[in-house]
Design a binder for this molecule. Structure first.
Ligand code: MN
Length: 239
């Protein structure tokens, strides 16, 4: 019996564990529901990916258990071109459908720093063949995320510096004010397609400077006022 009193079937195997993020200044954890991502939300990054026309941003997703909070990220299989994309991550505290840009921010619990790890070689192949991006974007450990900083404490970082360095060398630098769609517009647009729920994470796109990682690289990602995310890429498996 569940708490609500309905009976439930015996389970064939153990349920998958929940996925949780820490919350700065709190002992409570943030339970993750879904992960939505925005593609091509900073003009300079769209340009470096070869997009000359000004197409609007779009959505893709990662599975919830792609979230990775460990300090060492296992080196992913099946790629020779693993790229970093530093992103401001929105953590939803409530949800709904057809939210307006004017009310969308009231559904935000807080913000985190994330990296949308991308198998760029598989993505290029998928683009060329008109296939989905699942193997390029939604693999295990593809979504390292920091703890969440509550909006009640920091407000909404709409003009914050966002940057990423590898082994101490700056690779990506931008400002959240350079987004094509603002956080409010992203949430409103997403909620036209999906019912947003508390626990949803939204990766809001990356500034220019995306590049390849190597096994053993130390990555530091940061969004001013939000926080920092540090991790190291694991060793490549022996052939
Ligand atoms: Mn991205």
């Amino acid at each position: 019996m569940t708490e609500s009193g309905e009976s439930r079937p015996a389970l064939l195997f153990e349920e998958p564990p929940g996925v949780y993020l820490g919350v700065q200044g709190s002992d409570a954890a943030f339970p993750v529901h879904r992960i939505y991502c925005v593609g091509r939300n900073y003009r300079e990054h769209a340009r470096e990916m070869g997009e000359s026309t000004r197409e609007p941003p779009f959505f893709f997703s990662k599975p919830r258990d792609a979230v990775c909070t460990e300090n060492i990220i296992p080196w992913p299989a099946m790629t020779d071109d693993l790229h970093h994309e530093v992103e401001l991550v929105v953590a939803m505290g409530s949800g709904g459908v057809n939210l307006s840009p004017e009310t969308a921010l009231s559904a935000v619990f807080g913000y985190a720093v994330g990296v949308d790890l991308t198998r760029r070689d598989l993505q290029a192949e998928a683009k060329e063949q008109g296939r989905p991006w699942t193997t390029a974007k939604a693999f295990d450990h593809s979504a390292p995320v920091s703890s969440i900083n509550p909006a009640a404490k920091i407000g909404h970082p709409d003009a914050s510096a966002i940057r990423l360095s590898v082994n101490g060398q700056q690779r990506q630098q931008g400002a959240t004010s350079d987004m094509t769609w603002s956080v409010a517009e992203i949430i409103a647009e997403l909620s036209r397609y999906f019912e947003l729920k508390p626990g949803d994470l939204v990766f809001t796109g990356t500034p220019s400077g995306v590049a390849a990682l190597q096994p053993g690289d130390r990555v530091k990602a940061a969004v001013d006022t939000v926080g920092e995310l540090n991790f190291e890429m694991g060793a490549a498996p022996a052939d």
